[in-house]
Design a protein around this ligand. Structure first.
Ligand SMILES: C[S@@+](CC[C@H](N)C(=O)[O-])C[C@H]1O[C@@H](n2cnc3c(N)ncnc32)[C@H](O)[C@@H]1O
Length: 298
């Protein structure tokens, strides 16, 4: 995969925090309802980090670090709840311009000073080490990086899974990639993503995880919480269960973890065309009002 080189355009969001638009992926980095709010609610609150942070140590895997907001929200919450907690963060990101722009344009100025310091060091050197924190930001295609992380035996208590949406970045929502990410989740850990796409939930299930809906800020649709152990997960509604029986639930596949987005999209379209699963249009007709025939990508 090529390192993105297209324009990154600054944009304010409704809570006053800034996000970026990626010309390469044709998508915003965050919900326009609030970038900081999304990091706090969709990632930190949805995983109940406040409770997890009472433990003596906590391990976080941040897939698609971007501007670092999800890591920042986690470090802020942990510092408030249990400053003695020993935190390990492993973050994956392909585009070094993004965290650097977040620092240079002072988009991180709303986080506490100690968190800003860590984000600055991570953007500059890929490492932030101090008493209570050992954070590493790995550069490259997450599909390759995750294999190195897995080889280390890394087991995350919490995984923030935040790629661009499946239609725009299918390579990070495949059965094969999600299986590698799931292998880095501790048996009692929690993975959270803003997406409720049926293809994503199927891929999570194929990776051996149970899934439940979770509040995602600024969106009409829930996000997804995934765990090895289903205990504590909210049940999927009938509407969500039926979505998983339609062609929309056919997941993206990338057997060598190396295919282009176009090849991955085409493989899925072919599988959908030959499928005898229920057409998703039937599900939409049953469950969605006429003006809302399409699920929003992000
Ligand atoms: C939705 S943004 C993440 C936002 C981020 N979590 C934050 O809080 O700012 C998606 C990120 O995925 C990165 N990305 C895209 N393709 C990637 C790949 N193959 N491997 C690793 N990172 C990738 C993009 O550069 C972008 O920073």
């Amino acid at each position: 995969m090529q390192i993105p080189t297209g324009a990154l355009v600054l944009e304010p969001t409704a809570d006053g925090s800034m996000t970026l638009f990626s010309a390469d992926f044709g998508e915003w980095f965050h919900s326009r309802e609030g970038a900081y709010a999304e990091a706090n609610a969709t990632y930190v609150e949805a995983t109940d980090l406040a409770t997890l942070a009472r433990a003596p140590s906590l391990t976080v895997l941040d897939v698609c670090y971007g501007l670092g907001y999800n890591t920042a929200a986690a470090l802020t919450a942990i510092a408030q709840i249990n400053p003695a907690c020993q935190v390990q963060v492993m973050a994956l990101e392909i585009d070094p311009r993004v965290p650097r722009q977040a620092v240079e344009a002072d988009l991180i100025g709303g986080w506490p000073a100690i968190v800003q310091d860590a984000l600055r060091e991570l953007a500059a050197t890929g490492q932030a080490t101090r008493p209570g924190l050992n954070a590493t930001l790995l550069w490259g295609d997450a599909r390759q990086l995750i294999q190195a992380v897995e080889a280390l035996g890394f087991q995350a208590d919490v995984i923030f899974f935040d790629p661009f949406s499946p239609p725009h970045c299918p390579e990070l929502w495949t059965v094969e990639f999600i299986a590698r990410v799931a292998a880095c989740l501790h048996p009692q850990g929690k993975l959270v993503t803003y997406s409720c796409a049926a293809a994503v939930r199927t891929a999570l299930q194929l990776a051996g995880l149970s899934v439940g809906p979770v509040n995602a800020v600024g969106r009409r649709w829930p996000g997804t919480l995934a765990q090895v152990n289903p205990r504590g997960l909210a049940p999927l509604s009938l509407q969500e269960q039926e979505h998983l029986l339609t062609r929309a639930a056919i997941p993206y596949r990338d057997p060598t973890l190396n295919d282009s987005a176009a090849a991955i999209r085409q493989r899925r379209q072919q599988e959908q065309a030959g499928s005898d699963l229920v057409p998703t249009s039937r599900w939409r007709k049953r469950w969605l009002p006429p003006h809302e025939k399409k699920l929003p990508a992000r």
